[in-house]
Design a protein around this ligand. Structure first.
Ligand code: GUN
Ligand code: ZN
Length: 434
């Protein structure tokens, strides 16, 4: 195989550890005039231009002015079928599901429709600098085929699964324990481990699965190595009461999933807004992860996520948009809202912690930090080129900024899809703004 080496020159920033563990100063590396060297779709080297340029005499080097290269963003919870219903008015979780979500998801029985939306969705992710996501399909297996086919064509690292839902939903959107199991198995055989694709067993949430279905979901997890489990947990107070009524024999919401052997490494729970200490402890000791979805939690009025509490318990936390309840595909906008969620609780969110959450921290939550999340050599070359001058206001604000943390903070507050100049996946350009 001929080696294909390319290099990219700009300011370069990446996380190397969790600021909550090592302190902010030791959590990142920054090269003001840096070079990122890519070899056959993987990171070969990152360093100062002055050190690396002399070793790259015959290599093509692309230079970006006024730009910052970071790892691609990672979204640990999103629904691709909800792309067309983002920004639907007026309801909180359970009414929002019945009024908007279920009718929208019905359309994914049609594979051609699913393929259209998968294309729009992936384009939107890449326009926003997101290169990996953990994605809900619908109950229809063809929705997941359509998604994986589109992701495979772009050589993206993506995780997705068919929704399991056999009660408390319209008939047109339910499976059965047996059909959900069989369809999931077929999809796992077809897609899990193919290229950069991974499968997630995806019970929608405890209220829409019978005990029989949850039992079979747990069985599937035991049958294949490295599968993901993806669901919702403790998002909304009425939802939590409903779970208690449906499963009175369990200690609480998380205990339902625990009982059916759905928690552990690679289990990702969206929201976790209203968790008690025992639940946080159990999530931590089992290596489970929680997706912090600030735009969604605010939009649906679900509540304020207590990042520090989960962190103190040692729970893995990633960042999610949760589109269509989330209001933006941009993880920069998620960080903007995350900052405000912290402020409302009298806390702060350091900009380097924000960078970590959107990249290496989310990779860690997904047990993918050996493959993505920063520029360690050998990792997938998934990265974004951010434009400090994306808008007149950003440009003017950046002129006032004296330090890297000031610039990074302003980027997370003011940035969105307009700030993404170019996105690369496995070393290939997959989105160019201009
Ligand atoms: N809980 C169950 N289903 C959903 C969903 O589609 N979105 C959100 N935000 N919460 C859910
Ligand atoms: Zn969700």
């Amino acid at each position: 195989m001929t080696t294909n080496i390319k290099a990219y020159r700009a300011a370069i920033l990446h996380s190397i550890a969790d600021p909550a563990v090592v302190g902010v100063e030791k959590s990142y590396e920054y090269f003001e005039d840096g070079v990122l060297v890519i070899e056959n779709g993987q990171v070969a080297q990152v360093g100062h231009a002055a050190d690396l340029l002399p070793t790259l005499k015959s290599v093509e080097i692309k230079h970006y002015a006024n730009a910052l290269i970071t790892p691609g963003f990672i979204d640990t919870h999103i629904h691709y079928p909800q792309t067309g219903m983002i920004a639907s008015y007026g309801e909180q979780l359970l009414d929002w599901l019945n009024t908007y979500t279920f009718p929208t998801e019905q359309q994914f029985a049609d594979k051609a429709h699913a393929a259209d939306v998968a294309g729009i969705f992936l384009k939107e992710l890449l326009r926003n600098g997101t290169t990996t996501a953990l994605v809900f399909g619908t109950v229809h297996k063809q929705s997941v085929d359509a998604f994986f086919e589109a992701a495979e064509a772009l050589n993206l690292r993506m995780i997705a699964g068919k929704v399991l839902m056999d009660r408390n939903a319209p008939d047109y959107l339910t499976d059965t324990p047996e059909s959900g199991y069989a369809d999931s198995k077929e999809l796992i055989e077809r897609w899990h481990g193919k290229g950069r694709l991974h499968y997630a067993v995806t019970p929608r949430f405890a209220p829409t699965s019978t005990p029989e279905q949850l039992t079979l979901a747990g069985k599937l997890l035991g049958e294949y190595p490295d599968l993901y489990m993806h669901t919702h947990l403790s998002e909304n107070l009425k939802e939590i009461e409903w779970v208690k009524a449906l499963f009175p024999e369990r200690k609480g919401y998380l205990d339902v999933y625990d009982h059916y052997q759905l928690i552990g490494a690679r289990s990702v729970f969206a929201h976790g807004v209203h968790l008690c200490d025992d639940e946080c402890k159990r999530l931590a000791e089992t290596g489970s992860a929680v997706a912090f979805c600030p735009t969604s939690n605010l939009f649906l009025g679900s509540g304020l996520f207590d990042l520090n509490k989960l962190e103190q318990h040692g729970v893995r936390v990633g960042l999610g948009t949760d589109v269509g309840a989330g209001t933006s595909f941009s993880q920069l906008q998620s960080l903007n809202e995350a900052y405000k969620v912290m402020q409302l609780q009298g806390k702060k969110l350091d900009p380097f912690k924000s960078l970590y959450l959107a990249t290496l921290g989310s990779a860690h939550a997904l047990y993918l930090d050996d493959k993505i999340g920063n520029f360690e050599s050998g990792k997938d070359a998934d990265f974004v080129v951010l434009d400090y001058n994306a808008t007149p206001l950003m440009s003017y604000r950046m002129q006032q900024a004296k330090t890297l943390d000031e610039k990074l903070f302003a980027l997370t507050m003011l940035g969105d899809d307009r700030a993404i100049k170019e996105t690369f996946a496995a070393g290939q350009s997959v989105h160019r703004r201009d």
